[in-house]
Ligand binder design. Structure first.
Ligand code: ATP
Ligand code: MG
Length: 632
């Protein structure tokens, strides 16, 4: 069926050195590498050993030199009504100014720089400037408050913090400086300097001797030249904390050369972006998608990238599609959670825009339920490509490599293992690979992890081994901690996180299976299923449903009737064993700031336990609603 891709995939697994040597041609090297992969000390993989390169050179300088006038960074804020386009040449100038400011603050190669910023161009300048001078950036999502920020400051011990006076969300100004000051007071580690970008949105008191105003510092550096530091391929480029859906976030450490090659290859084989085209990822630079596919990936590929500050529905639900039309976006990347938001609005917002430039919409970050996939696919009339990966991997584990050979997508499946990933479904009790189609198990990856994946947990090699490589008995394999199956065509389906597997009277069920089943009912907008301890059955499934039209079911009778209907749907599709013990209706589900369902928190309140670390939770009322509901 996909002969060409299958051959490429086999080569990437059987002769990884040949495969990756060829991919490495996609980036510039200051010094060629001596060895493609050193895996002498598993699970620590070293890619392109002996080689020297620089991420900023590959993302900016090499394009500025050949076609400096082309668009590089397109900044659009519907919060401040600003649109600025930087060409590669202008981006290069801005990055050098930022690099000079950081150097003047004492930042040296190998030092950490923590970036706590809204979606403004200076955030991208700061990331690229760090890469340029060999500093290791750690971007912390701007929505996090002081406690989350302080814990990351203490973990990565930055020399300098780059921040801004405020962010803005739906027209509401969110001052950052007070949160930052609080975090710096809380943290044991004290950075030497704080560089503040003043957007003029919120008052911002500078602390003498520590804080500098970016505009004044930058004024002294106009036209400055700061060369790209030659970095060993294996030098760390950044630290990024995982979303914290399952507990304490892990500091993912990324290398330099492997990441550059992995991104360049993914732009070609998976995302199919060409130099001169425009990429639009609706994520935030605080997440891995923002690192790989707002900043580095598109720029490395010579594409323009849109950095969008604002809501998907402001000034109206057509804003994204208007941007696609205006900037002739060819590749778009978003998350199912955002599509579910748009689904509440009139589809004419999509239909009214000229989307002829758009080749495909990629979605990742959480399971893409079939109704959402069907809806967006129908309205857009473009390929919708679900892709599955993690902060840890930096680029897709599962997807379709349509740039190598077009493949058909299957609803509910994020596709097949990408080149370089030796993915297995493993029975976590026996530790053996599931060799038959449709057998459930842990989705795991045989080492070495391909280029671009995490090198280790920042400052904690032991945690890297203990967390990721030690959970399956008798095997040194990387666990994704997701549960899945592979069908007869080799397509994978993610059934939920391993923590979320429910064991009802000896039957093992993925929360995802039950959620999919419930969401096939036309009244359901969104649903979360958790397993709750039960004396008789071990565990039972509990479902929390957000309705499309809640007022239509406002009476207890209507809710009871719907609950019965929903249980019948599950009975019919999965069998009575999967039927939730209760289906409760809620206005909102608890999610992380990155839009992931916090099932562990729901489960904890259902079992009357402490929900644990909730610092990455978005709207706390979602959880308190559920708490109130289950206690009645
Ligand atoms: P933490 O590891 O701190 O608990 P997290 O796992 O949510 O947080 P991320 O790295 O942002 O942090 O998310 C990766 C996870 O998101 C995957 O392991 C998987 O559970 C889920 N995921 C990502 N993409 C998809 C997808 N396309 N389909 C299903 N699940 C997905
Ligand atoms: Mg995770």
């Amino acid at each position: 069926m996909t002969q060409r891709f299958d051959a490429v995939y086999r080569q990437s697994i059987d002769q990884p050195n040949d495969f990756w040597r060829e991919q490495a041609q996609l980036v510039d090297w200051f010094k060629p590498f001596d060895e493609v992969c050193d895996y002498a000390q598993p699970p620590f993989a070293k890619w392109f050993v002996g080689g020297q390169t620089n991420l900023c050179h590959n993302a900016v300088d090499r394009h500025a030199a050949t076609r400096g006038g082309d668009n590089a960074l397109i900044f659009v804020s519907t919060e401040t009504n600003t649109e600025i386009t930087y060409s590669f040449k202008q981006l290069l100038e801005q990055v050098q100014v930022m690099a000079a400011v950081l150097k003047a603050q004492g930042v040296k190669k190998g030092d950490r720089v923590l970036i706590y910023m809204p979606m403004i161009p200076e955030a991208a300048f700061a990331m690229l400037a760090c890469a340029r001078i060999g500093a290791i950036h750690s971007v912390v999502f701007g929505g996090f408050a002081s406690v989350s920020l302080a814990s990351r400051i203490d973990d990565c011990t930055p020399t300098v913090v780059v921040s801004a006076d405020a962010g803005s969300r739906g027209g509401k100004i969110v001052p950052y400086k007070p949160l930052l000051d609080e975090a710096l007071a809380l943290a044991a580690h004290k950075p030497a300097g704080v560089v503040m970008v003043n957007r003029g949105l919120a008052p911002m008191a500078l602390q003498a001797g520590r804080d500098v105003d970016y505009a004044s510092a930058a004024a002294q550096q106009q036209g400055v030249q700061v060369p790209c530091e030659p970095m060993a391929s294996t030098d760390p480029s950044y630290i990024l904390y995982t979303s914290g859906t399952t507990g304490k976030p892990k500091g993912v450490q990324r290398d330099t050369g492997g990441y550059a090659v992995a991104l360049a290859a993914s732009m070609k084989h998976i995302y199919m972006g060409e130099p001169g085209e425009t990429y639009f990822s609706t994520s935030d630079i605080g997440w891995v998608v923002g690192h790989s596919y707002i900043v580095y990936g598109p720029l490395i590929a010579g594409m323009a990238t849109i950095m969008y500050e604002g809501l998907p529905v402001n000034p109206d639900a057509g804003i994204w599609w208007q941007l696609v039309e205006k900037y002739k976006v060819s590749v778009m990347f978003s998350a199912p959670t955002a599509v579910r938001v748009l689904k509440k609005y009139d589809p004419s917002f999509i239909k009214n825009a000229d989307l002829s430039s758009l080749k495909a919409l990629f979605l990742a970050g959480e399971p893409l339920d079939e109704p959402t996939a069907q809806w967006i696919s129908g309205e857009l009339g473009k390929p919708i490509i679900d892709n599955y990966w993690q902060t840890e991997t930096g680029w897709p584990i599962l997807s379709l490599a349509n740039g190598i050979e077009p493949a058909k997508s299957k609803f509910g499946s994020p596709g097949v293992p990408m080149y370089g990933y030796n993915v297995q479904i493993i029975d976590e009790n026996t530790g053996e690979n599931q060799t038959q189609a449709n057998q459930k198990g842990v989705v795991a990856i045989e080492g070495p992890l391909p280029p671009g994946c995490m090198q280790t947990v920042w400052g904690d090699d032991k945690r890297f081994i203990d967390t990721y490589w030690s959970s399956i008995p008798g095997r040194l394999v990387y666990s994704t901690f997701d549960w899945g199956i592979r069908d007869e065509d080799g397509y994978f389906f993610i059934l939920g996180r391993t923590d979320d597997v429910i064991n009802v009277a000896g039957h093992r069920l993925g929360t995802r299976e039950i959620e999919e089943s419930l969401s096939s009912h036309s009244a359901v907008m969104e649903v979360a299923v958790v397993g709750v301890a039960d004396q008789l059955k071990g565990q039972v499934a509990m479902a929390f449903v957000v309705l499309k039209d809640a007022p239509a079911y406002s009476t207890p009778e209507a809710q009871l009737k719907l609950e019965g209907e929903l249980m019948k749907v599950v009975d019919g599709q999965l069998g009575a064993v999967a039927r939730p013990a209760r289906v409760r209706f809620v206005p909102l589900l608890p999610k992380t700031r990155s839009g992931k369902l916090l099932r562990r928190a729901i489960q904890a309140v259902c079992e009357q336990r402490d929900p644990g670390d909730l610092t990455t939770m978005d709207d706390p009322s979602a959880l308190s609603n559920i708490k109130a509901l289950v206690q009645t």
